[in-house]
Design a protein around this ligand. Structure first.
Ligand code: AMP
Ligand code: MG
Length: 344
């Protein structure tokens, strides 16, 4: 398949939206930027279009897709939720990186929810994403724009690497602002439950809802069947073997200096506070430990950069699990297949 590419920097938003809207309306696939990561989108009401997403990504069919809307009230069109508490959430966090799991209406095909009675819905905060949904006048189902199991794509280059020749259109809207996928919050349980941590943290949700929120991902990390079906699959894996290093800066530096030979097959991903002191050849600086937003934005870029350098052994600094760091550590633990060395 020939993939058309549009760079926002080289065309007008009107031109690219006209083309992209046509593709979506005709049942095709468009890769588009969102504030979290790039998405591979199709008409969410067309099960055949949605099926193509699964084929292209090699995504297991029981892993449901997020439906993207660009008008808050559409959440009531596609789900059976009654206005009330949900308004607090959507008025505070939409558009933005919060996905809500709710009971679906039958207009949403079973094929995109992996047969579940629930559907995950989000209103993305990105002009191109919003424009595409509004202009096509359709909900758009879109998972992250990467081949299944690979790190999510946060730049055009990485989207192109995975999906050129496999989709109708790719829109380059520049690097993703947040860099981590959305927080997934299940509202079908008695107590709202986080199924995937993201930039909207447990503390932020609790302060708006004024009730307890459970973060299910901590307990389920090692369990067989997570509630968000996607969380059970191997994820975010670069080609090299990843090991997380947990301990003080001093301990991590000591370990790397004594155990790790400077080799062109070994790489380190860490905060500036550590990388500043490292003399190894392949070091990716995620940004200061005091700027978790920058670290979040750089995680997938760092993993993919290690692949580009053909790194076989990757050491990554482990962070604490407070606030945004919970989402960062969730992705890192998966990338490392839970392989972690505790140092002191
Ligand atoms: P992706 O868009 O590929 O980054 O992944 C979307 C995530 O949301 C996956 O982990 C899915 O399993 C999860 N998800 C989507 N729909 C539902 C749903 N109805 N119930 C629970 N989790 C869901
Ligand atoms: Mg994904």
């Amino acid at each position: 398949m020939k993939t058309t590419v549009y760079h926002l920097s080289e065309t007008t938003i009107e031109e690219l939206l006209n083309q992209a809207t046509q593709v979506i309306s005709q049942g095709g696939l468009v890769v588009f930027p969102t504030e979290t990561v790039y998405g591979i989108g199709a008409n969410a009401l067309d099960k055949n279009a949605a099926k193509k997403i699964y084929e292209v990504k090699g995504r297991p069919s029981d892993n449901p897709l997020i439906v993207h809307i660009a008008n808050k009230k559409d959440v009531f069109t596609y789900t059976t939720v009654t206005p009330g508490k949900i308004n607090l959430l959507i008025d505070t966090f939409w558009p933005g990186p919060l996905t809500l799991v709710l009971y679906k209406k039958s207009v949403i095909p079973d094929e995109i929810t992996g047969g579940l009675k629930t559907v995950a819905i989000r209103f993305p905060d990105n002009e191109i994403a919003k424009g595409l949904i509004q202009q096509s006048n359709l909900p758009i189902c879109a998972p992250s724009a990467n081949i299944s199991g690979r790190p999510s794509s946060t730049t055009f280059k990485h989207v192109y690497e995975d999906l050129d020749g496999k989709v109708d259109l790719i829109i380059d809207g520049g690097p993703s602002k947040v860099g981590l996928e959305s927080t997934v919050l299940d509202l079908t349980t008695d107590i709202p439950t986080i199924l995937r941590p993201g930039a909207i943290t447990k503390t932020m949700l609790e302060s708006v809802l004024k009730t307890q929120v459970i973060d299910d991902t901590v307990n389920r990390l090692n369990k067989e069947i997570p509630k968000a079906p996607g969380m059970k699959y191997k994820h975010y894996a670069p080609k090299g073997k990843v090991t997380l290093l947990k301990g003080s800066n001093q301990a991590i530096l000591r370990y790397l200096r004594s155990e790790v030979m400077s080799s062109n097959k070994t790489g380190v991903i860490a905060s500036s506070e550590l990388t500043n002191k490292l003399e190894l050849e392949h070091v990716f600086d995620l940004g200061s430990i005091n700027q978790p937003e920058t670290i979040a934005k750089n995680i997938f870029l760092a993993l993919r950069t290690m692949d580009e350098l053909n790194i076989e052994t990757i050491y990554i600094e482990a962070f604490d699990s407070k606030e945004l760091n919970a989402a960062i550590m969730n992705r890192l633990l998966k990338a490392a297949n839970h392989h972690i060395i505790y140092l002191d």
